[in-house]
Structures are given as C-alpha cells and as structure tokens.
Design a protein around this ligand. Structure first.
Ligand code: C2O
Ligand code: CU
Length: 421
C-alpha cells in the first residue's frame, strides 16, 4: 500500500446496545457498533472513505472540523440514499487535531446522531508525533465521546421530542461515555491524555475532576494550543472538542478519581500500579500564527435569534435552494456572530459552527478570548446578548453550512449556507 494513501470503510447500519445490563435497545451506528471507529489520518495523506448506507433512510457523513471542499464535506446536499454508497476523497491539509464525523441530513441530523451515528476523526502530523505527550491509543491517549440520552426504565430510548426538547434541545437523564453509563478506566500512574468530544445533541458540560485537581488543556477543536493551559474546570458546548492532560503520578494505587459534570459523575479513573513513561509536557506545543485583522477584506454579521421552531440566523431559516453568503476563495473575513437573547427567560447559548474552515476567535463581547480559546476553533458557544468576532481564511471552495450545533435548533432551520468560489 502507498504510505501516503489511506482508505477507510464506514457502513451506517442498525445495531443493538445494552445501556442497562440485560436490556437491549435498538441503535444506529457505523460498522455494526453503537458510534463508529476512530479514523486516524495523517497530514498530507490522501484519504478515501467508502461510506455505505444500510439504513432504511437517507443519511450523509459530515467531517466536522475537516478543511475540505464542499463536495467532500458531507453536508445536507450529499445525501446517500438507502442502499447507496458515497466515496469522498480528500487530502489532509491541516494540523493535528481531534475532529469527528456525523450525519447531516436536513431535518434529520438530531435523530441520526442521537440514535448513535457519530465517530472521531484524528489527524496526526510531525508535531503531534514528536511532542513529549502521551500518545498510546487506549493506554494513555483516550477518546471520550460524551453524550446524554433519555433512557426509559427498560433501557431503551427513542428520538421522540417533547416541547421542552424542541425549545432547549434534547436533554437526557443519563450521560454516556463512549456509549457506556459511568464506566471506569484503569490508568497508569502518570500523565494521561483525554480527547474529549461533546457529542451530545444539545447539552453543555462543565467538566472537572471530583477531587478538584487541575489539569492542562493542550488542544481545542482544530488542534494544539500554543501552550498548555492550566484549568480546574472546562466548559464544552455541543460539538466542541478539547484534549486535556490529567496527571495521575501522585496518586496511590487503587485511588479513584471521577470525571464529573457539576454533581454528576461521568466516569471513574482507577489508578493502577502500571509504570508510565515520564512526560514533560512542553511549555510550547506549536506555533499558531495570528491572522491579522487588517488582512480581512470584509465583515459579515450573523444574528442568532428565536426559540423552538422559530429559531433563525439573520431572520432566515435554512433553505437548501438559497445561498446566503458568497465568499471569494482565498479571502480572509471577520464574522461577527451574535446571540440576540430572544426566547424564553432571556434566551439561551447557541454553539455556532462553521463548515469548511477552522477559525480564530478575535474577541468575546469585546474582550480577548480565554487562553483555551486562543487556538483553532470550528464551534463557539455564543451566550445570550453576546457578540463573538471570528476570523478565518476561506481556502476551500464549494457550498458550506454554518449553524447552531444544538441539533434540534439546526433541524428547525437555524442554519445557513455560504459558497466559496
Ligand atoms: Cu458537526 Cu454542520 O456539523
Ligand atoms: Cu441554538
């Protein structure tokens, strides 16, 4: 096989899963599982993905965070009918990052993701491979896909929205980590890297460790931060990713630390006596050149408003036949994204996601972004009444989406299209 080429296979199909012991429920997933395999590609590699749709309805596969042309992006125009296949090919042209993939069919994204169609997409490069950080997959480099579910007592679930879900986005009664309820993981006495994806339809998490210890965030949505950021808590809205390093070196064998969201324990880490290599997380992880705001050729405004079925961006709801914004290939632009706070009780935060690019946050409500938001991002939570300014260079052509990543809002039409040409 050609070392610069990689081929992956994804089959969207029905499967079953026991979320509660002895109680099986029907789910969807890729390749026979709930969720899908971790796709690992390398910068510069030519990737071919053979996607097969064995569902009884259409689907798409969108590469969330990947910088590819519109035709390969897997948005709502790339529908794969039941029984059909899709074979996008693209070259990885961006730094090491933890990205993900999920369906993006118009009005159906929430349901298909909720039923189990999602997976991680790692990019590695010379930097990720040479940094002195944990990188043994499954040993000290651990994927954690966090999703909430509304489980019935018999352990089954379905996508059946209440009025409240339509308003606020679906909120579950349990939180799954990689498809399991409160799992535990044995960890070596050393540094462990957690690659977190908030793969929930709507929920925002405030992650922390149960003993209040701090950790270091080393990467945001689109790759490494310039330097590790010491944190004692991490807020992640739907679709955001973060890589954090937790240091278990000073624990005793048998100690248990929980990863929690507020008072809810998501999972347990059980410290073992397994030896670990010593990692000295470098002071500097990578270089992220500033995008000079003077190079921006225009500023566009995006106003998110409304609630429930009447959510909108710039007063409009998604129309597949309407291109909302036209961007010139190669241009750098500033996008002013705001949340007008309309809706019940002063509105709610909307995580704004842009396809086809990784952007930088210039400011949040006029203030510089917090240190962990100073790297590459593709999704940013915008709070009621807030305006966030983004800057990006549009280097890929085609038709792309921008939308709220609360999937019930997206499915209700809180999405628009831009074309790069
Ligand atoms: Cu994660 Cu438009 O999607
Ligand atoms: Cu929203």
């Amino acid at each position: 096989p050609d070392p610069d080429k990689a081929e992956f296979h994804l089959t969207a199909q029905q499967s079953t899963k026991e979320f509660l012991k002895g109680k099986e429920t029907e789910t969807l997933g890729y390749n026979g599982d709930y969720l899908g395999p971790v796709i690992k590609a390398r910068k510069g590699e030519e990737v071919s993905v053979k996607v097969k749709n064995k569902l009884d309805e259409a689907t798409t596969v969108h590469w969330h965070g990947l910088e590819v042309n519109g035709k390969q992006d897997g948005g709502p125009h790339s529908g794969i009918q039941s029984g059909e296949s899709w074979n996008p090919k693209f070259t990885i042209d961006q730094p090491a990052a933890t990205l993900w993939y999920h369906p993006h069919l118009l009005h159906k994204t929430g349901e298909q993701v909720y039923m189990g169609l999602a997976g991680l997409f790692y990019i590695e490069d010379e930097i990720s491979e040479s940094l002195d950080i944990p990188k043994e997959y499954g040993v000290n480099d651990i994927p954690l896909v966090i999703q909430d579910k509304q489980l019935f007592e018999n352990g089954t679930y379905e996508y059946d929205l209440t009025m409240h879900d339509i308003m606020m986005g679906l909120q579950g009664n349990v939180v799954l980590v990689n498809g399991a309820i409160q799992p535990y993981l044995e960890v070596p006495k050393g540094k462990v890297r957690l690659r977190l994806l908030n793969g929930s339809n709507a929920k925002t998490y405030d992650f922390q460790l149960s003993d209040g210890e701090s950790f270091q965030q080393i990467a945001s949505d689109g790759g490494f931060l310039e330097k590790p950021v010491e944190m004692s808590g991490l807020t992640m809205s739907a679709a955001e990713r973060a890589e954090i390093i937790v240091d278990f070196s000073d624990y005793e064998t048998g100690d248990i630390v929980e990863l929690s969201h507020q008072d809810y324990d998501l999972m347990k880490f059980v410290v073992t006596d397994q030896e670990s290599k010593e990692y000295t997380i470098p002071e500097k992880l990578t270089d992220i050149p500033e995008i000079d705001t003077d190079t921006a050729v225009r500023t566009r405004e995006f106003v998110m408003s409304g609630m429930g079925r009447s959510v909108s961006i710039n007063g409009k709801q998604m129309d597949m036949d309407r291109v909302d914004e036209e961007v010139k290939l190669g241009d750098t632009e500033i996008w002013e994204v705001s949340n007008d706070g309309s809706g019940m009780m002063g509105g709610m935060p909307h995580p704004f996601h842009v396809h086809g690019v990784q952007f930088r946050i210039i400011d949040r409500g006029g203030d510089p972004p917090p240190p962990n938001e100073r790297g590459w991002k593709d999704t940013v939570n915008v709070y009621p009444g807030e305006m966030v300014r983004l800057i990006a260079t549009f280097d890929h052509s085609g038709l792309f989406m921008y939308h709220c990543h609360i999937l019930e809002h997206e499915d209700s039409g809180m999405m628009g299209q831009y074309e790069v040409d």
